[in-house]
Design a protein around this ligand. Structure first.
Ligand code: LLP
Length: 412
């Protein structure tokens, strides 16, 4: 997306606004799908909806032939509304409620990944009540460390995710006793923003051994192996990123050796670098020697810099070639010191009214936004070739108080 287009979008749609490029999503999908195909893996890509759940983004991925990975009843609803077939849906997550499990079973989704023995009993209970058969998977905690932010590691011993490896066979035996359940899959999700293939190799080796053990224990119902998401991207030029060929090379042999279909659940990889957040400079200020650009987007719009100290590229739209002579903090309007989009950035001198773009915000940008400080959430725009259009209206002041009662709706 060139700067001229971004400036035109900001002028028409206002700021802050998220802008996504459909072509970039298609290119990424083709890259990953192609790498897995080249490696001869029978596979299916299940887009992880939490990265960006806008209906139009889901539509782009559905047209490409992707399935989805959902983690809540809300995401399940979105996926079905976007036209995904129930059998293309994998339901993950550590705390599914009985009503979410019921919705998933009534819809007839392809796979429910359970993360504990207690959850297996809950799924069995709901399926027995509905006289439905549930295809379940066990998400394994393989005890593999991925070098990523502590908040996005998930696969180490003692973490809340998955069933410890040494408990999986016992749980599989229990599932075999439950007539309402079929154990269709075992899987892992190692964490997020993983830029090397070593963790995938380590995890795949453990899953391979596990499949052999399950088969030796007489479990014959497996049809797939879920290797999770987490594929890392380069937020700026020159940063390390997971090479799709290396990823395919780490997981495809597992598919060939076991004869099972490999499920992959990328979120960020597909949409992260397909999006930018546009924001306008409201004021400039110098305080204690720090030069600041106070912009109209804050941590409620984009939480990643505040929560993970994530560094997103920021540029002045239309001034990419200008000399970057200033060092500035790009801060939001929210009453928190942690409210910043970027610190100590080299940029060309910018005045009030200047338009900035924050790159790499197609994943976990809008979906992690909030109304904190009673700020309406931003709008979203999709660019597709020659066209661009709004795919989510900016929230209105009325949206901020929807569902609230100034006088309590007394219940007792
Ligand atoms: N599958 C499962 C079971 C997951 O929990 C996740 C992400 C994914 C797939 C997709 O991961 P991805 O390919 O996008 O890395 N908010 C954080 C990321 C949290 C990811 C949570 N789980 C961030 O902004 O970096």
């Amino acid at each position: 997306m060139d700067d001229g287009l971004l400036a035109a979008i900001a002028a028409t749609a206002g700021t802050p606004v998220y802008v996504y490029d459909a072509g970039a999503i298609r290119a990424r999908y083709a890259e990953l799908d192609g790498a897995l195909r080249e490696d001869g893996a029978r596979h299916h890509v299940h887009y992880s909806v939490k990265a960006n759940s806008n209906a139009a983004i889901l539509g782009v991925l559905r047209e490409l032939g992707a399935g989805v990975d959902v983690v809540s009843g809300g995401e399940l609803r979105r996926a079905l509304a976007a036209g995904f077939k129930p059998e293309q849906v994998v339901f993950s997550g550590v705390g599914k409620t009985p009503s979410e499990i019921e919705d998933a079973l009534r819809a007839g989704i392809g796979l429910i990944n359970a993360e504990s023995a207690a959850e297996i009993e809950a799924i069995a209970c709901v399926s027995a009540r509905l006289s439905a058969k549930a295809r379940v998977g066990i998400r394994v905690n393989p005890d593999v460390t991925a070098e990523t932010h502590p908040y996005t590691r998930t696969a180490e011993r003692g973490m809340k995710f998955g069933v410890p490896l040494d408990e999986v066979i016992g749980l599989a035996r229990r599932i075999r006793e439950l007539p309402a359940l079929d154990l269709a899959s075992v899987g892992m999700h190692l964490g997020s923003q993983i830029t090397g293939d070593a963790p995938y190799r380590a995890g795949a080796a453990k899953l391979g051994t596990l499949v052999a053990e399950l088969r030796a224990a007489g479990i014959t119902t497996l049809t797939s192996l879920d290797v999770g998401g987490g594929l890392g991207i380069a937020y700026a030029d020159g940063e390390p990123a997971l090479d799709p060929a290396a990823f395919a090379d780490a997981v495809a042999p597992l598919g060939r050796a076991t004869g099972l279909e490999i499920l992959v659940e990328p979120g960020r990889y597909l949409v992260g670098n397909a999006g930018v957040l546009l924001t306008r400079v409201l004021y400039t200020k110098v305080s204690g020697g720090h030069r600041m650009l106070i912009v109209d987007a804050g941590m409620n719009d984009l939480l990643r810099p505040s929560l993970y100290q994530a560094v997103h590229p920021i540029w002045a739209v239309g001034a990419r070639d200008a000399a970057a002579t200033d060092v500035v903090d790009v801060v939001g309007p929210i009453c928190e010191t942690g409210d910043f989009l970027g610190l100590a950035r080299r940029m060309p001198p910018a005045r009030a009214g200047a338009l900035l773009a924050v790159g790499g915000t197609g994943a976990y940008g809008f979906t992690m936004s909030s109304q904190y400080n009673s700020r309406p959430r931003p709008s979203e725009v999709l660019v597709d070739g020659e066209h661009w259009g709004v795919i989510r209206e900016r929230e209105s002041p009325e949206d901020l108080v929807r569902g609230e009662h100034g006088t309590p709706r007394w219940l007792a």
